[in-house]
Design a protein around this ligand. Structure first.
Ligand code: AP5
Length: 213
């Protein structure tokens, strides 16, 4: 089992790019989504995670690594896993290497979505997500056909609790302190492929698809 990692600041478009790369036959694993599923179910893990996520803080390495380990158990043995939002710390990156080694695999590529802060704030402020199916929209760049209604199932669109202006600033600061060091970690292994994520959704998706694999 091998892995491709989508790395980049909150709101750079990791989920948006992943929705296209899955068409290349990989399994998409978003730790943010796995955590939101736990929150929705009201599990003890979800309750603890919500308190941290709403403040823009990371969930513990131990919890996230445990969740990823469980998820990998249900993956196809020969699958390529597309990680979105994982790893986010050096400790998580080292654990991922360990888990993949035990499955005779490795990280094959790290797609780094470069995006300036002012673009990120605008993207996260305008993001709306379907409460039911999770489809992501943007009020200006990818609007739904009907206001506040999902195109796919007609369900209500919501704003994520961690997309408030104050929490976005905190998430960006945490990214710089805890996640940016991963760029160096993967650069040393020759795995980083940079993508200019400040372009339009279609341009970024096209660039990612061309460089993937
Ligand atoms: P997570 O859900 O992973 O959040 P994130 O990394 O902050 O990323 P986002 O989902 O906010 O943004 P994205 O890059 O996917 O952008 P999107 O495609 O939606 O994690 C949430 C929280 O969970 C974390 O803060 C942390 O607390 C916790 N967590 C998760 N993983 C963890 C881990 N490994 N360890 C510890 N804690 C963890 O796009 C954003 C918006 O912009 C959308 O509206 C979209 O339509 C629009 N858009 C996208 N691309 C473009 C474009 N090119 N042009 C214009 N608009 C665009």
């Amino acid at each position: 089992m091998n892995a491709v990692i989508l790395l980049g600041p909150p709101g750079a478009g990791k989920g948006t790019v992943a929705s296209v790369l899955v068409e290349h036959g990989c399994e998409h694993v978003s730790t943010g989504q796995l955590l939101r599923n736990e929150i929705e179910k009201g599990t003890p893990l979800g309750i603890e995670a919500k308190g941290l996520i709403d403040r823009g803080l990371f969930v513990s390495d131990e919890t996230v690594v445990g969740m990823v380990r469980d998820r990998l158990e249900s993956a196809e043995p020969n699958a390529t896993i597309l990680f979105d939002g994982f790893p986010r710390t050096l400790a998580q990156a080292e654990k991922l290497d360990e888990m993949l080694r035990s499955l005779n695999g490795q990280v094959k590529q790290v797609l780094l979505l470069d995006c300036p802060d002012e673009v990120i704030v605008e993207r996260l402020s305008g993001r709306r997500t379907c409460k039911n199916c999770g489809t992501v929209y943007h009020l200006a760049y990818n609007p739904p056909l009907h206001e506040d209604q999902c195109n796919s199932d007609g369900c209500a669109l919501i704003q994520r609790g961690d997309d408030s202006a104050e929490t976005i600033r905190k998430r960006l600061a945490v990214y710089v302190g805890a996640t940016e060091p991963l760029i160096h970690y993967y650069e040393n292994q020759g795995l980083i492929v940079r993508i200019n994520a400040a372009k339009s959704i279609e341009d970024v998706r096209r660039a990612a698809a061309a460089k993937f694999g």
